[in-house]
Design a protein. Structure first.
Length: 177
């Protein structure tokens, strides 16, 4: 992506599942020179997700995986789900080679627009591993505030990764749209 370019946004189809899986794993689990600033490799090993979860998210009737594309190639994605009184934003990933160029901000802004304009919602929520202070700071700069709700990390469920540290949990954040 060039800095001046504008991506195209659309919800993923099942044909996109492999590319989305590649981006999500690279964004969350890459190490060394391949890692972007969003990697969780310092606190988690193993996979971030699998193709079953990705295809389930693509097929969900109340939302899906929103993608950012350029020239037809997926550059980033996020889960966007319509819940009763708010939108849920998750599995946010940008190709690590394209991070820190504004694509994440654009993708988040599009998710907020869909929730507000297409779904008529006035709030968006997300959860973040509390140890990810850099990521929390990024969301706070975009207007998200803590709700005070926390939930445990699913220790023992390898589908979500293999913790390297004890005490992981998720904190919930919300933003008025």
């Amino acid at each position: 992506m060039t800095p001046a370019s504008t991506p195209h946004f659309s919800f993923a189809t099942l044909a996109d599942a492999d590319r989305i899986h590649t981006i999500v794993e690279a964004a969350y689990r890459a190490t060394g020179d391949a890692a972007g600033w969003t990697t969780e490799s310092q606190i988690l090993d193993g996979q971030r997700t699998d193709l079953d979860e990705i295809t389930s998210l693509i097929d969900q009737p109340a939302g899906g995986l929103l993608t950012a594309r350029q020239d037809g190639k997926i550059l980033g994605c996020c889960q966007l789900e319509r819940r009763s009184d708010h939108a849920y934003f998750g599995m946010f990933a940008v190709d690590p080679t394209l991070q820190a160029q504004g694509l994440g901000k654009q993708l988040l802004a599009e998710a907020e627009r869909v929730a507000r304009e297409d779904w008529g919602l006035d709030e968006i929520r997300l959860t973040v591993i509390a140890a990810r202070t850099d990521l929390i700071a990024w969301y706070r700069r975009r207007g998200f505030r803590p709700t005070g709700v926390s939930s445990p990390f699913p220790y023992g469920n390898e589908r979500f990764g293999l913790p390297k540290v004890e005490g992981l949990h998720f904190d919930e954040f919300s933003k008025s749209l």
